[in-house]
Design a protein around this ligand. Structure first.
Ligand SMILES: Cc1cc2nc3c(=O)[nH]c(=O)nc-3n(C[C@H](O)[C@H](O)[C@H](O)COP(=O)(O)O)c2cc1C
Length: 170
């Protein structure tokens, strides 16, 4: 993979083709999350991979912007210890999410993050233990329009370097 290109081109994909993800590719995506860096190498995560259509549909209740999960080929719920316990937990979960998204992109598979607000609903749906917190989820699937994976970045898609980057001092 050309990492710089992947970072530049990866976009949130929310419309998916009706095509399943092979086991081997699903495992590659999950392994990328498992290999992510984490604070003190604590690896504070479990990944619940969902491919059952009824469960994917039920996961749309995870939060107000989770509708795309219903059309995904796979969702991965990232369960962590209570994110309020340690500063690093949300950061680590984000690292794992980003790695999975980049690994998927290389396979031609799109993805989109889902902020999980309905923690207890998701916990009950997936049987997640009480000491873990379904913190975020990801939709994965082949994009409806394959060109979405390689489209040039939108002109105003990201804040400019001049706006964001400060050398030496603010
Ligand atoms: C922490 C975080 C939470 C997000 N939550 C959602 C969400 O709940 N639903 C959704 O559709 N997209 C969600 N997204 C995707 C963002 O909307 C998307 O990454 C952003 O708009 C940039 O899109 P682009 O890469 O296509 O330009 C989330 C992204 C992040 C990093």
């Amino acid at each position: 993979m050309d990492v710089a290109l992947a970072i530049r081109q990866k976009r949130a994909i929310r419309t998916f083709a009706a095509r399943s993800i092979h086991d081997e590719d699903a495992r590659s995506i999950l392994d990328a999350g498992r290999r992510a860096q984490s604070s003190k190498n604590t690896q504070p995560w479990h990944f619940v991979a969902v491919r059952d259509r009824a469960t994917l549909t039920a996961l749309t209740e995870a939060g107000p912007y989770a509708g795309h999960v219903a059309r995904a080929a796979m969702a991965v719920v990232i369960a962590t210890p209570d994110p309020a316990q340690r500063w690093s937990i949300p950061f680590d979960a984000g690292q794992a999410a980003a790695y999975m998204q980049l690994a998927a992109w290389e396979l031609g598979i799109g993805s989109c993050l889902v902020a999980v607000y309905e923690t207890e609903k998701v916990r009950a749906l997936l049987g997640i233990p009480d000491d873990l917190h379904p913190y975020a989820a990801l939709s994965f699937g082949y994009p409806d329009d394959p060109a979405d994976l390689t489209r040039a970045p939108r002109a105003a898609g990201r804040r400019s370097a001049a706006d964001v980057i400060h050398w030496e001092r603010w």
